[in-house]
Ligand binder design. Sequence first.
Ligand code: ZN
Ligand code: ZN
Ligand code: FE
Length: 754
Amino acid sequence: MERRLRIEIGGIVQGVGFRPFVYREALAQRLEGWVLNDAGGVCIEVQGQERGLDVFVGQLRTRYPALATINRFELQQVPLEEAGLGFQILKSASDSSGAPGAAVSPDVWVCPACIAELFDPADRRYRYPFINCTDCGPRYSIIKATPYDRAATTMAEFPLCAPCRQEYEDPASRRFHAQPNACPDCGPKLSLIAGGLTVEDHPLREAVRRLRQGQVVAIKGVGGFHLAVDATNDEALGRLRQRKGRDQKAFALMVPDLERARGLARVSEREERLLQSPEGPIVLLEKKEGAALSPLVAPRNRYLGLMLPYAPLHHLLLESFDALVMTSANLGDEPILYRDEEALPRLETLADALLTHNRPIYARVDDSIARVAAGRPLLLRRARGYAPRAIALPFKGRSVLALGGELKNSLCLIQGNQAFLGPHVGDLKAAEMQRSFGEMVSHLEGLFRHSPEAVAHDLHPDFVSSRYAAALHAVQAVAVQHHHAHLASCMAENALEGEVIGIILDGTGLGDDGTLWGGECLVGGYGGYRRMANLKPLALPGGDAAVREPFRMAISLLISVFGQDLPELEATRQIAASELTLLRMMIRKGINSPLSSSMGRLFDAVSSLVGLRHRISYEGQAALELEMALEQDLATVSPYPFAFEPLEERWVIDPDPMVRALVADLQRGESVALMSARFHEGVARMICELCLRLRSTTALSRVVFSGGCFQNVALLERSAALVREAGFELYTHSLVPPNDGGIALGQAAIAAQR
Ligand code: ZN
Ligand code: ZN
Ligand code: FE
């Protein structure tokens, strides 16, 4: 029997080869009808035999293109129509005015079919570094405006040659409407710049030669420039560290394939899938003993950040190396360099040569960074491959722009029931950021043709983003407390509504009482929160200096517990007697010693107390090294205890007994691994205890974890296990970072409902 179906599909379904896929599947099942892009995504009508229709619908649901994500699939039967027209891809009004959000896909890998052509000597794109198709290649980084169309991308300046145009217009081709489609005759070209001269013959070969000699080569990639060196060459790494002004933080590596990754690090099955995914993030993996690498790649670090080649150029380069350091071309935490005119002069001092090309990058996109925790990806930096993919919200809110935090800044837009979280940008304090902030905002708003009714920003009035929001007089500015934003971010990622218990363990953020918060238990939802518990506030002697020098936190913690008679410890010996007196005086009188309930600072203090890290050279270093010192299974050690003291309507969590137990262990000469384990287990038990106490007073049993401390996989996995064992429904972050890179989503969700 013949039937006719109408199918509407929403999600990322435009610009990802969805219509040609539908066309091919319809032909394969001898169905008639049409497909078109409309404002909601893709709309299909098909008519034919029942069996063919069943197969067709099954394929649509399961075999859709790699870059597509489906969040709506509606199917209804409609009256039969006259047959005999075959199956067609219809042009629609929405080809030029379609749903903007539906069209902006993230930048992803080069697909297996294109890699096969890349290395096929008979193919016309043999060894062509810009090969792509509708299943792969650059997207967000080259799109200037929507609708997504070649003229609106940085490929506009490369007119298609006849064979490329034919592919572009053929619905049966893998390159039908592939906007970045190109070949050696019509597309972008590589060049190499060294000593002010441009080499156009064999730029790739020349780059490989220079890398082999130990030179630093800047390489233009998908969303910005990398600095590359041979990862086995100590001298090259020394040069790179010196020029980048980076003495300890680990560098990311690119390796040609999974086998080579396994030679350097332990790779679980889940990590393997993440490494090989189209998103292709840097994955943090446990380093193997005796890995054939320069020790300068990741000094004092048990982990390596590895990624596989994701652009065709990388596949060609990595033929010649087992591992290349590929670190973002920037200084410190500044945003990655991406524009030729800005990058070239600054790269002169960083790199010996520059392997570049003439396809402009329109929007910067740094590499994403991920770990695997409890069998799921945990993004620490959400950028290439993920941004600006939509996050489906459990509600429809007003249109909002959220400006994010001061560190690890990212922007977020809410439109209807979708949130678009832009890529990680970096530290907003950097001077360049302040200049380009407005530019980023207008780019993202332009792409999604978004005009906000409200702008959400942090409570802190001095942030660049807060000042920017205040200057936008036309729309309502909504100030959102930092840890409330963390709570809402985790709720939004997990599509939760109502009220939850939020365990927010973080660095610092301004609280609604004017003090610095960071070890918080908030109960609430998008509409508001109550502060139910917090870590006992501790003085940060020297303010920012206490963040850079964890021994200051160690001394502050000791003073809070022991008063005048500090025990003799390595941490207290970091400082001369006269300075110690000064520090005491600062703390006692509150001079430049703001109080903070930050859990991140407590981790810093413990890292210094156990003798691991007294001064840091990058954010989060002390806590990271404390995590890496772990050896025992946390469940097998006895936890350091925390005390719960009632204060007004809430609990104050006092680390006093924890510190006394730790100092006793230090005096007994226990191992750093054991002390770290007892501390981690103590924090995990404290989290669970807190949830239990709050369940009895609030009757809530849903819990969310957010904040930078949950980048710590050991802490996350152990506290998650305890909380779940106690019968709670726990929700954690996965594709939205638990750190400040995720707070724009929370700010937006709160402002959309306020
Ligand atoms: Zn492809
Ligand atoms: Zn061509
Ligand atoms: Fe935070």
